[in-house]
Design a binder for this molecule. Structure first.
Ligand SMILES: Cc1ncc(C[n+]2csc(CCOP(=O)(O)OP(=O)(O)O)c2C)c(N)n1
Ligand SMILES: [Mg+2]
Length: 311
């Protein structure tokens, strides 16, 4: 690692790679790209606690590892508790003079299953105790690592191995749990949504989340060619469509104040996002219209919250 930076317009991005090549992510994995960018934003002075899931499996096939920063594998359910302990431990070691005072970022990394489902309680506790940490949820909208099982972050209408579409069902029959809003409800200083199709936006948000004192949460949309069944060269396009249709808006909430980072005057129809993906291929016009209506409503609610803080 040489600590050099490349300039992209106004943005400086390090050439250092903190997650080395040689990992086993699928070709075209949006999560791998998002992780690489997030780690560039954080730099080397971090400790990462990583819940089991695709990221952990693909970066740490014993006896080798892709991690070039301190990293610990946690259970599926306890990332929030583990990062709390790491943060409290560092604090006490520095206070007692057992290690020099240093700014070390404590970062938790987990999937949507590890966050919205099984890890929710530990995360909620860590938010509530106001530990100084950043939590990154890499949301590929199912339990991908174990074979594409539905999670509470799986969107309505998507076919998964445990909620398959067929004669009796359209697949997932519930709306996606809004994890970013659940984080906001904990009254923490920083919450944001990000997507690797907007790399500088993602880098800036992860950087900000790492610098904030107290808990911060960044929810990262992570397109998955294997589980979503789209061609492997479409990850960036799928992410962009999710944002431009309003399915996954990019916004920040700083000390309770909402800001929309990308706001198109007119959203694209959700159909453009749904059509290229095999997991939605069975949806008929009526179901697509229902999804469109839901997206319109959710987007309008978000815009209303943003409007509260405008001017
Ligand atoms: C208590 C417990 N239940 C189930 C598992 C099996 N398991 C490991 S990873 C995983 C899925 C992870 O899904 P997610 O958090 O969305 O991450 P992804 O693999 O999709 O990136 C499951 C079910 C486990 N390790 N521990
Ligand atoms: Mg997942």
């Amino acid at each position: 690692m040489d600590g050099k930076f490349i300039k992209f317009g106004k943005n400086l991005v390090t050439t250092d790679e903190f997650v080395a090549e040689g990992h086993s992510f699928c070709v075209g994995c949006g999560e791998a790209l998002a992780l690489r960018l997030a780690c560039k934003a954080l730099g080397k002075d971090v400790i990462i606690a990583n819940a089991t899931g695709c990221i952990e499996i693909c970066t740490s096939p014993l006896p080798v590892t892709s991690w070039r920063v301190p990293w610990i594998h946690t259970l599926f359910e306890n990332t929030g508790a583990e990062i709390s302990g790491i943060e409290a431990g560092l604090k006490i070691l520095m206070k007692k003079g057992k290690m020099p005072e240093r700014d070390i970022k404590c970062v938790a990394v987990a999937g949507d299953g590890g966050t919205s489902d099984i890890g929710m309680q530990a995360l909620s506790g860590a938010f509530e105790r106001k530990h100084d940490f950043l939590y990154l949820c890499f949301d590929n909208e199912a339990y991908m690592n174990t074979g594409i099982q539905r999670s509470s972050a799986t969107p309505y209408g998507a076919s998964t191995t445990t909620a398959p579409a067929g004669k009796l069902s359209i697949g997932q029959t519930t709306w996606k749990k809004n994890m970013a809003e659940i984080a906001v409800a904990h009254d923490i200083p920083y919450v944001a949504t990000a997507c690797p199709s907007y790399p500088f936006d993602l880098i800036n948000k992860v950087k900000k989340g790492g610098e904030v004192k107290g808990p911060a949460y960044v929810h990262i949309f992570s397109p998955c060619p294997t589980g979503w069944r789209y061609p492997t060269d479409l990850a960036i396009e799928i992410g962009r469509l999710a944002v431009e249709t309003g399915i996954f808006p990019l916004y920040e909430v700083e000390n309770g104040r909402y800001k929309l980072n990308i706001d198109r005057p007119k959203l694209r129809p959700v159909e453009e996002y749904l059509k290229p993906q095999g997991r939605f291929r069975h949806l008929l016009d009526g179901e697509i219209a229902k999804i469109q209506e839901h997206v319109n409503e959710e987007y309008a609610k978000l815009k209303a919250k943003v409007a509260c803080f405008a001017a």
